[in-house]
Design a protein around this ligand. Structure first.
Ligand code: IPE
Ligand code: IPE
Ligand code: MG
Length: 255
């Protein structure tokens, strides 16, 4: 277990020779594919919409817990660029929940020092949602306790296509030499620019795939899959994932 120095004056009961356990286990940036709302509802013979509603409650709790733990950045997959293929009424439900969530939780973000970020082509969402998002981004821009990135109309391939276009634009204008393009230029052109490297990628609901999420950023992330359905994912589950992360030997190609 990694340890960090006790904060001055701390009376943490876990104190051990001036050290306390670090609940993040050294993870700075975690991302979650929040999957399984539909199956959660089905299991309980409830409408899918209620599964999504419960899913928002799980988001609220996990954001709070991650902030308290000292996680620097968290990226949550809320709506993929492929989710448009769902029935219209489900998309309407999801967009309605998104509206509600931003409106109801913006004060709490601000109070808790959370800086909101959105990755994905959110400008393609309904105008009123774009306005809500833009206001929330502006209002929380100077918060620095934790960055919460929500992936909306996000697809990693779409993100990379947009990044390539912006780099090609710089080449076209003569401000960039194609031979000088490196991995950093690509990272900087992605929606996650400026965020810490992705340490841990979690997927709930037992599916073992990335579904077009953070394909570039996860090059050296640790992966954690759990059968737990997203609405049931809680503090203990997050602690379990972080403990697993802390026990891994990250070699980055070395030995
Ligand atoms: C995740 O739950 C939420 C979104 C993709 C928006 P699902 O709706 O995918 O739930 P399952 O996978 O059908 O159980
Ligand atoms: C991934 O879940 C997207 C989100 C969690 C927002 P999906 O349910 O859309 O993924 P697939 O279709 O099972 O790959
Ligand atoms: Mg799913």
């Amino acid at each position: 277990m990694r340890l960090m120095p006790t904060k001055k004056g701390s009376t943490d009961p876990k104190s051990d020779a001036g050290q306390i356990a670090d609940p993040t286990h050294g993870a700075r940036h975690i991302a979650i594919i929040m999957d399984g709302n539909g199956r959660w509802a089905k299991k309980k013979h409830l409408p899918r919409a209620l599964g999504h509603k419960k899913g928002v409650e799980a988001v609220r709790d996990i954001v709070r817990v991650a902030g308290e733990m000292g996680i620097e950045a968290m990226t949550l997959y809320a709506f993929s660029s492929e989710n448009w293929s769902r029935p219209e009424d489900e998309i309407t439900d999801l967009m309605g929940l998104l509206r509600q969530y931003i409106q109801s939780d913006i004060d709490e973000f601000d109070e808790n020092g959370i800086r909101l970020k959105v990755i994905g082509n959110y400008k393609a969402l309904d105008d009123d949602i774009v306005d809500l998002i833009d206001n929330a981004l502006e209002r929380t821009a100077n918060n620095d306790r934790m960055t919460l990135a929500i992936a909306l109309n996000y697809g990693a391939q779409d993100e990379m296509v947009r990044a390539v276009k912006s780099i090609a634009e710089s080449v076209n204008q003569g401000s960039m030499d194609p031979q000088e393009i490196g991995a950093d230029h690509i990272s900087d052109a992605l929606d996650t620019a400026g965020m810490p490297p992705l340490d841990l990628l979690i997927r709930t609901s037992g599916e073992l795939r990335l579904s077009n999420f953070l394909l570039w950023q996860s090059a050296y992330s640790e992966l954690y899959f759990t059968d737990t359905l997203w609405p049931d994912f809680d503090k203990r589950e997050l602690q379990r994932a972080l403990k697993s992360f802390g026990d891994r030997d990250r070699r980055f190609g070395g030995r």
